[in-house]
Each structure stands twice: as C-alpha cells, then as structure tokens.
Design a protein around this ligand. Sequence first.
Ligand SMILES: [Zn+2]
Length: 113
Amino acid sequence: MDAHELTTLLETRRRELGEELARLTERPADPVGNLSFGKRIGDGTTEAVERINTTAAARSVAASLAEADRALVKLAEGSYGRCDDCGGRIPDERLDAVPWTALCVECRARRSR
Ligand SMILES: [Zn+2]
C-alpha cells in the first residue's frame, strides 16, 4: 500500500468512526418528556445501564478514532511504521492487518496489561 492509499484509508476510517461516535453520544430529542409519562418504576435503571453501555462503546470508538488520527500524524511526519513506545520497526504484516497502529505487538501487549 502506498502513502496515498494509506491516507485515504485512514481518513475514511476516521470519518466513519467520527460518525459512529456522534451517533453514540447524541441525546434523545426530549429526555424529560420520555421519563415523565407512562413509565414504571425500574425503567430508569434500564436507561441508566444503557447509558453506561453507550459510554463504554463511545469510549472505545473514541480510542480508535485517536489511533487513526495518530497514524495520519505519523504518516505526515514520516514516523509511520515506527513504534511510538520503543521506536522499533513495526512489521509489515502488522501494518497490513492494522494500518492505524502506532505500536508494535510487544508494546501494545505491555500497554493493555
Ligand atoms: Zn514497541
């Protein structure tokens, strides 16, 4: 994949993730009206749980979005393909599989521990 294709791919991913994030974080049109009529006790709990799930999903989408952003910066500054943590070369197979990664497999594993 050349730099131009890569930029297009990353920008597409960033746009899609941005749209998804907007969808996940948008509020119902009239939350107060929804809550005040015809609801049984306990419904509020379900809504709270749904809100938490949405927050977790939004957080994960936001993290992916930040990765795509970072990859575009790395492409622009010429450090694409190098690990942000150890400075080592990220193998091509990994970049093919996860083009937006800024970390080699070892550093990614260390961070998620
Ligand atoms: Zn590394």
